[in-house]
Design a binder for this molecule. Structure first.
Ligand code: GDP
Ligand code: MG
Length: 313
């Protein structure tokens, strides 16, 4: 059983930029190891340097190819680059992650590039805390930039329903409120004009939504790329730089950090709570009573949390 000393060693190893140290730390995160508590405590003072860029979208759109092209661009600036590919859909490291590795092969021997993939391994909801923890490991390893590739949520519905009317349009606008830079990749293919036009329209709708909530919102950018040939990647890098500068100048960088920390703490707390509830082992029994109408769900929830129902007065 590894001791606290080993944890300190591991963190030191990662801080020296040793890829094996980083790899072992990420594995601890992936396995939801009990050692993570010590790791987090040892790592905390060395975090806060890395700039994280999230890349999302439906499978096959070219996220990994784009990520690889971005790695090349940041390496030209002599930056240390991390890549974390997260696959929330597969409980074990699956095909998508293998594809990611193949796409990034050209960087495999660069000592200034760390590439790791992480599957959810069945700890449901765990990605909410494990992703920031893993990102922190890249941070302590001295990465200047970390590219986080994840499969998009809800993107497939969008792709399946072109021109299906207002509700879909609204749904699209909702999804399109989350991006800061939109990439129309595979611009070498037919239909790029129509896709760009439609995207521009959707992004404008999404931007209206943002603007109405927040007058100083970022105006999202649209960039066309052919990631496989590198075409348009310079424009993408410029758009990302522009957004980064805006984040820092507007103070959103700091506030965003704090918001993400809040969500991470919440996810950890909920995970602990869920574990406690599992250990109590009463959920099945209470569910049977609620299903049979013996008990109401509120009372059952109170009993699960070992709270007695409020007294009648
Ligand atoms: N024609 C064309 N193919 C591309 C382009 N970018 C990526 N691809 C190909 O699309 C496929 C999926 O790319 P990948 O990066 O793995 O997509 P991901 O699933 O989003 O990570 C691969 O065969 C890539 O070579 C592009 O700009 N043009
Ligand atoms: Mg990929």
């Amino acid at each position: 059983v590894p001791t606290a000393v080993d944890v300190t060693d591991l963190v030191d190893q990662a801080r020296r930029g040793d890829p094996r140290g980083l790899a072992r730390l990420i594995s601890l995160v992936e396995d939801a190891s009990p050692l993570l508590r010590q790791v987090a405590a040892a790592a905390a003072p060395y975090t806060g340097h890395a700039r994280v860029i999230g890349i999302t979208g439906a499978p096959g759109v070219g996220k990994s190819t784009t990520t690889s092209a971005l790695v090349s661009a940041y390496r030209k600036r002599q930056l240390r680059v991390g890549v974390l590919a997260v696959d929330p859909s597969s409980p074990f490291t699956g095909g998508a992650l293998l594809g990611d590795r193949v796409r990034m092969q050209e960087h495999a021997t660069d000592p200034m590039v760390f590439i790791r993939s992480m599957a959810s391994r069945g700890h449901l909801g765990g990605l909410a805390w494990s992703t920031p923890q893993a990102l922190r490991m890249f941070d302590i390893a001295g990465c200047d930039v970390v590219l986080l590739e994840t499969v998009g949520v809800g993107q497939s519905e969008v792709d399946l329903a072109p021109g299906m009317g207002d509700s879909i349009q609204t749904a699209k606008a909702g999804i399109l409120e989350i991006g800061d830079v939109y990439v129309v990749n595979k611009a070498d293919r037919d239909g790029v004009e129509a896709t760009t036009r439609e995207l521009r329209h959707m992004v404008a709708l999404g931007a209206e939504g943002r603007q109405s909530r927040d007058g100083h919102a970022w105006a999202p950018q649209i960039v066309r790329t052919v990631a496989s040939s590198g075409q348009g990647v310079d424009d993408l890098v410029s758009a990302l730089d522009g957004h980064h500068e805006w984040l820092v100048a507007s103070g959103r960088s700091a506030s965003g950090r704090q918001e993400r920390a809040a969500r991470e703490i919440e996810a950890l707390a909920l995970d602990t709570l869920r574990g406690d509830l599992d250990r109590l082992g009463r959920l099945g029994e209470l569910a049977a009573q609620v299903a049979d109408g013996v008990l109401d769900a509120y009372t059952a929830a109170d009993q699960l949390l070992s709270r007695s129902a409020p007294e009648q007065t």
